[in-house]
Write a new protein. Structure first.
Ligand SMILES: Nc1ncnc2c1ncn2[C@@H]1O[C@H](COP(=O)(O)OP(=O)(O)OP(=O)(O)O)[C@@H](O)[C@H]1O
Ligand SMILES: [Mg+2]
Length: 325
């Protein structure tokens, strides 16, 4: 489960359209499940046989479902199977099997207009699975749904990911979606991927914008001559003794500005924002002490090296704010 996040216009949809070659990149290659798609002939509707076959192995689900209103649910799912040339009997068997997989066995004969948004998206997912894809592309598939329905669709995608070994490339502007289901994530800005990795790697990367957006802690510095430090710890690691040791060893008063525990990518993660007296230069040694204890330490105002300062949003919220429509 791979999440792609970024502001509106960052290039997320363009990226996903390149993955199934709906958009052919002017340079570079697109490799899906080991196959270089850019080496295959044809464009758009005139795509060659090989490219069409490769594409049928890449399913796609859409924000607005894109179901045909004049066809029943079953007939919508059968559509890609018709294109693949399956017989009527085989199509019907396969469609009913897929409906069962997405939990809609009883809706085969109804029309899309009679379904809720969540049910429509289940049909969209069943249709996307018709070609037995290795990869499922999802462009804002849950952004037209309420939070509870979103959760049930994400659970379905997660189940399919595990049951079928299906890779899901999920575009979203909701951090919550990444947090709930993604194993890995990438952040796009102005047409480029500026951060990527497993969620755990990101959380362990000092200055990661994705990490602080995935797991924000709040709390403002209480004065100018103070150093604000975010300490991240995983699992059972307890910060409490470390913080008091720090205080005793260096004889400094430490204020806790904010703290939170959360489950990110299925793992317990904690974050604490603390304030040390004095400027950063005066706190190099205590900060080194915290790092030596195996804690991840981010100093506020320490710009990450990999992202040019003018591209870095001021807050984590700004990262996704514009994406929210
Ligand atoms: N077919 C196209 N030809 C040229 N430019 C395009 C095309 N499609 C999109 N763009 C431009 O590419 C940029 C990225 O657009 P894209 O739709 O990929 O963004 P996005 O991250 O999906 O945004 P959103 O969150 O609003 O869906 C935008 O500046 C857009 O205007
Ligand atoms: Mg888009």
């Amino acid at each position: 489960m791979y999440g792609v996040i970024g502001q509106s216009g960052a290039g997320k949809s363009s990226l996903i359209r390149c993955v199934n070659l709906l958009e052919r990149p002017t340079s570079g290659t697109v490799t899906v499940a080991g196959q270089d798609l850019t080496a295959l002939a044809g464009r758009g509707p005139r795509a060659g046989k090989e490219l069409r076959a490769a594409r049928s192995r890449i399913g796609m689900v859409f924000q607005h479902f894109n179901l045909l209103s004049s066809r029943t649910v079953q007939a919508n799912i059968e559509l890609p199977l018709e294109i693949l040339g399956l017989s009527g009997k085989e199509r019907s068997r396969k469609a009913l099997e897929l409906l069962d997989l997405v939990g809609l066995s009883d809706k085969a004969k109804v029309y899309p207009a009679q379904l809720s948004g969540g049910q429509k998206q289940r049909v969209g997912i069943a249709r996307a699975l018709a070609g037995e894809p290795k990869v499922l592309l999802s462009d804002e598939a849950t952004s037209a749904l309420d939070p509870e329905t979103t959760r049930s669709i994400l659970e379905l995608l997660r189940d399919l990911n595990r049951q079928l070994g299906l890779t899901v490339l999920l575009i979203t502007h909701e951090m919550e979606v990444v947090k709930t289901v993604c194993d890995s994530a990438a952040l796009m800005q102005r047409g480029r991927i500026v951060e990527s990795g497993t969620v755990n790697e990101l959380l362990a990367t000092p200055g990661s914008q994705l990490a602080s957006a995935l797991f924000p802690v709040s709390g403002e510095a209480t004065g100018a001559d103070r150093t604000v430090v975010d300490v991240t710890f995983h699992g059972e690691a307890a910060t409490q003794p470390v913080i008091s040791q720090l205080s005793r060893t260096y004889n400094i008063d430490i204020s806790i500005l904010g703290a939170a525990m959360d489950t990110v990518a299925g793992k317990q993660v904690g974050r604490m924002r603390i304030e040390l007296p004095g400027r950063f230069e005066e706190n190099v040694v205590p900060i080194g002490f915290l790092r030596e204890q195996g804690l991840q330490v981010d100093v506020a105002g320490d710009a990450p090296a990999s992202i040019p300062a003018q591209d870095a949003p001021a807050t984590a919220a700004a990262l996704v704010k514009e994406g929210a429509k």
